[in-house]
Write a protein that binds this ligand. Structure first.
Ligand SMILES: [Mn+2]
Length: 265
């Protein structure tokens, strides 16, 4: 499978702090930094990894969503599997609208401190707190597996039940519960799923989270083809010494390696 990076510099649906629109170029810089080399941990050379650049996006959320859906559709039409560099987490909904046209049965592996399942947040159904409610309502995925969650409210517990989400809360992950994911999978990584000790450059720091190694292991152990992915919510304005960009890049790197080493279906 051929992955292609695609930058999605959009943060207008953030509920607290903006800044994640600046993330794509920082992630690319970290990915190709001469501090490292072009190989994944599993020995895949990423030299020549396709990069579609950044989408040009409107500040108007409705227009931006349409532009993201079209942009991802073009990545797919060109025969690539997208790895989206966010941006805030609202981008996952229009991405999945495009992906779902190609895959009738898809599991989403969603790594996050937050469920992002609100029916609406501050009056906005398309807030970065809501994408997985929209995705599940529209049937864009057949199964949603969440890992690292540690902020569920009663309203979100109701949504977990409504959409039959396999929600592995962080306290249960810490007890050894691990996701079982089979078949085609879309991977959505919100960097605030990691502990702020590993990834402080996020808008919503939530202590008590995953390690970088926890996330890499989950990615490397996926058995089904990864048909698309996003790495979202990196906020360079909140980072400390730029340590979060290499974390985002490392996750992108291992996802890309896994795609490259997977045969096309
Ligand atoms: Mn989050």
């Amino acid at each position: 499978m051929r992955p292609q990076l695609i930058g999605i510099p959009y943060d207008a649906s953030s509920s607290f702090l903006r800044g994640s629109a600046e993330a794509p170029r920082h992630i690319r810089t970290a990915l190709w930094s001469p501090a490292g080399n072009s190989f994944t941990e599993t020995g895949v050379d990423l030299l020549g990894l396709a990069d579609g650049g950044d989408l040009a996006l409107s500040e108007t959320p409705e227009q931006a969503r349409a532009q993201i859906e079209i942009g991802i559709g073009l990545v797919l039409a060109n025969g690539f599997h997208p790895i989206a560099l966010g941006g805030d987490h609202s981008i996952t909904y229009p991405i999945l609208r495009a992906i779902a046209t190609k895959h009738s049965s898809l599991t989403i592996l969603h790594i996050d401190a937050h469920g992002d399942l609100y029916d609406e947040f501050n009056g906005d159904q398309y807030s970065h707190a809501c994408p997985f409610a929209r995705i599940m309502e529209e049937g864009l995925a057949s199964r949603l597996v969440q890992v690292g969650i540690r902020t569920l409210t009663p309203a979100q517990h109701d949504q977990v039940a409504r959409f039959d989400v396999n929600c592995i809360e962080m306290r249960h992950f810490a007890d050894g519960v691990r996701p079982l994911v089979e078949g085609p999978v879309y991977v959505s990584v919100d960097l605030d799923g990691l502990d702020p000790a590993f990834a402080p450059g996020v808008s919503h720091r939530e202590p008590g989270g995953l390690s970088v190694r926890d996330v890499l292991t989950m990615i490397q152990e996926l058995s089904g083809p990864v048909v698309g992915a996003d790495v979202v919510e990196y906020n360079p304005s909140q980072d400390l010494g730029g340590i979060t960009a290499p974390v985002a890049a490392k996750i992108v790197r291992e996802i890309a390696g896994l795609m490259i080493s997977t045969r096309d279906a």
